[in-house]
Write a protein that binds this ligand. Structure first.
Ligand code: TRP
Length: 335
């Protein structure tokens, strides 16, 4: 079985967009892969994080992943800071990756913005840590959104240069698993913008802990146009808001736009929004309930994550020790 690794930032309770775009696809991969799921708190501090908030958000993200169906017994779930191998291998990769490679990373340019001089050095070497996350487990398949493709190419460049410089075939090539068609959920207020936690308007998104009334209100207020739903997919062109709501409905029922329109085409938005609200409540209520249950016993949650970290370290430590030996470190640590 192929080993899958993926990481998600501890940005607190995710949105419906994160769920349909990423998390739900992780759950599906569990059927036929060995999966390692990591909440990447080391990556989070590349930009300022309030310590209490980081702690809370790391646990919230872990709880949501479990509530969505991450299986911590068959697979592994942990927090990145719980396994030292990530930072250890990242240091070696800092010395393998070239400045020229990092200078091409579009995410650094976006995140650092105009004030580059004031960005942390961690933000600059963020992709090296991400490469270490994956290569510390010899993982070969990595589910990510399209925006992470460039980072995976860099991870492959690092592996190749390491293998070449040290004359070994040690780190394997990684294949991205680019996530399915439902991956793009747009803002409820503007169908041309991605649904995002950083949008100032909470009305623009569904959060995985919104209760039924909040969901109903947000869907009722979601931007639409005055026409009824078309009966053909072509009719959704130039109607981004309509396309988005139909897309959400399709993703939640595991069908496509065409089948949703077959059932609801010709309807006004009133009845369609009611149907969508019912569906959202039905799918999200169990996740919300399970998330709060898990968060109500932080001790148990931390124990579960600790056991995940121990199992992760059992895989990563020997791989990183071997990388250290290949580099020429004498190796004073036992075990
Ligand atoms: N950079 C990824 C993101 O922002 C998160 C991440 C960190 C990751 N390490 C990873 C994803 C390793 C895949 C594999 O989405």
């Amino acid at each position: 079985m192929q080993r899958v690794f993926s990481g998600i930032q501890p940005s607190g309770i995710p949105t419906l967009g994160n769920y349909l775009g990423a998390i739900r696809n992780w759950i599906k991969l569990q059927d036929d892969h060995d999966c390692i799921w990591c909440v990447v708190d080391l990556h989070a501090i590349t930009v300022w994080q309030d310590p209490a908030a980081l702690r809370q958000q790391s646990l919230e993200m872990a709880a949501v992943l479990l509530a969505c169906g991450v299986d911590p017994a068959k697979h592994i779930l942990f927090l990145q800071s719980g396994v030292r191998a990530h930072a250890q291998l990242a240091w070696i990769f800092n010395c393998v990756a070239r400045l020229g490679w990092l200078n091409r990373m579009t995410q650094f340019k976006d995140k650092a913005g105009k004030d580059r001089e004031n960005a942390s050095s961690g933000l600059y070497v963020y992709p090296n840590l991400m490469a270490a996350d994956i290569h510390a487990y010899h993982a070969t398949r990595v589910p990510v959104g399209d925006d992470q493709r460039q980072h995976l190419e860099l991870a492959n460049d690092i592996a190749q240069k390491f293998n070449h410089d040290y004359g070994v075939e040690f780190f394997p090539n990684i294949e991205p698993v680019i996530l399915g068609p439902a991956a793009r959920v747009m803002s409820l207020r503007d169908g041309t913008k991605k649904m995002s936690k950083s949008d100032p308007s909470d009305q623009s998104r569904i959060n995985l802990n919104d209760d039924a009334d909040t969901i109903a209100l947000k869907i009722r207020r979601a931007k639409t146009d005055p026409m009824p739903l078309p009966s053909e997919v072509d009719g959704l062109a130039d109607r981004p808001e309509a396309r988005n709501l139909v897309g959400i409905y399709a993703a939640l029922t595991d069908t496509d736009h065409a089948s949703v329109l077959k059932e609801h085409g010709g309807q006004g938005f009133g009845p369609f929004k009611n149907a969508l609200t019912d569906l959202l409540v039905e799918k999200l209520a169990p996740i919300t309930a399970e998330t709060s249950r898990l968060l109500s016993d932080q001790g148990a949650l931390i124990d579960l994550l600790r056991s995940g970290a121990e199992r992760a370290a059992a895989i990563a430590d020997p791989i990183v020790s071997e990388a250290e030996r290949l580099v020429g470190f004498v190796g004073l640590r036992r075990g």
